[in-house]
Design a protein around this ligand. Structure first.
Ligand code: TRP
Length: 343
């Protein structure tokens, strides 16, 4: 039986990049793998590796949970909780701090990017971020982890930590962690610049479609989205695996991004999408895309708005989820402590 674990940072203002890259896949996993247990965790401990305003952190946590549920994650089928409610994550992270090597963390590209020139002044937590991530996953002995491309290196680290623990203590305790990288639009790019990832921190709100955007705003943003001056390309731009080739993504990043978003939102393969729009002007693709977004995203945003008025319901979901998560993690932690030699 698979154990699926994934984490999402509590960020307010969730956008279609968060939805297509993560949440939509969580819903599919929940619905397609009935025997598996799915843990979907709002990682508030990871969030505080950089400064968080307390009031906003609370609000963002609730908004993320509301978005999970509105998108179709069912708290009766999946375990939804926030990380700080299950203290085993932190406890196991300490143990893994003593398993993980400095050299391994020094190689993490995300840390290098996030710290930049400011290395002396970022939190120690930002450096050990991937160790906490390994403990999230391994506290439940999870073996499958749906993530975006950018988290692959962190998952390799989780595998290395699990392997070293097993080797050092001569046990076969932790499973091999396998990333589930979803195809299509796992990387949704900015609507203003196809080379940048869609991000809530982009100063231009027109660079992204937020889950809670109004219908008019969705239409306007898609209308204004950057394109190029050619007509839409055909199937010849697919590589042997049926994806848009690297060359075409480099040549026409904005065109590729819109096609990929359309394909993912409307659940039409990229091949079909190219067939349907080959030789046409972007105006037609944009109209279809705006319609698809209004059909799929707008109702989710509406649900989120409603649920945010039912704070008690959301906190109950988190409480119940944390209880279920704890049961499993406590059992595992007992064994881990015994293996290490803690009395
Ligand atoms: N680091 C992940 C991200 O930024 C979030 C995360 C935290 C996570 N813990 C996790 C993802 C465990 C998968 C498994 O996207």
């Amino acid at each position: 039986m698979d154990k699926i674990f994934s984490g999402v940072q509590p960020t307010g203002n969730l956008h279609i990049g968060n939805y297509l890259g993560a949440i939509k896949n969580f819903v599919e996993l929940q619905n397609n793998t009935k025997q598996s247990t799915c843990y979907y965790c709002v990682v508030d401990l990871h969030a505080i590796t950089v400064w968080q305003d307390p009031t906003k952190l609370k609000k963002d946590t609730l908004e993320t949970v509301a978005c999970f549920i509105a998108a179709g994650i069912d708290p009766k089928k999946s375990i939804i909780f926030n990380q700080s409610k299950v203290s085993i994550h932190s406890e196991l992270a300490w143990i893994f701090n003593c398993v993980c090597r400095m050299g391994w963390l020094n190689r993490m590209t995300q840390f290098k990017e996030k710290a930049g020139k400011n290395r002396e002044n970022v939190s120690v937590g930002l450096f050990t971020y991937p160790v906490l991530m390994a403990s999230d996953i391994l506290a439940y002995k999870s073996n499958k982890v749906p993530v975006g491309e950018d988290q692959k290196q962190h998952l390799e680290l989780a595998r290395d930590i699990a392997k070293k623990f097993n080797n050092d203590f001569e046990v076969d305790f932790f499973p091999e962690v396998e990333p589930l990288i979803f195809g299509g639009a796992t990387r949704v790019m900015s609507l203003r610049n196809g080379l940048n990832k869609m991000s809530k921190s982009d100063i231009s709100d027109y660079s992204r479609i937020n889950i809670m955007d109004s219908k008019d705003l969705i239409v306007n943003k898609i209308k204004k989205a950057k394109t190029d001056s050619s007509v839409i390309m055909g199937e010849e731009v697919l590589d042997e695996t049926g994806k848009l080739s690297k060359e075409i993504i480099n040549q026409r990043p904005e065109a590729c991004n819109l096609l990929q978003i359309f394909s993912a939102i409307s659940e039409v393969s990229i091949k079909e999408t190219l067939k349907n729009f080959e030789g046409k002007e972007f105006r037609l693709l944009k109209e279809a895309l705006a319609d698809a977004l209004i059909k799929k995203i707008f109702p989710i945003g509406n649900e989120v708005r409603k649920m945010l008025n039912e704070e008690n319901y959301l906190t109950e979901v988190l409480e119940e989820g944390a209880q279920k998560a704890k049961e499993q993690a406590e059992e595992n932690l007992k064994e881990i402590k015994n293996i290490i030699g803690f009395i």
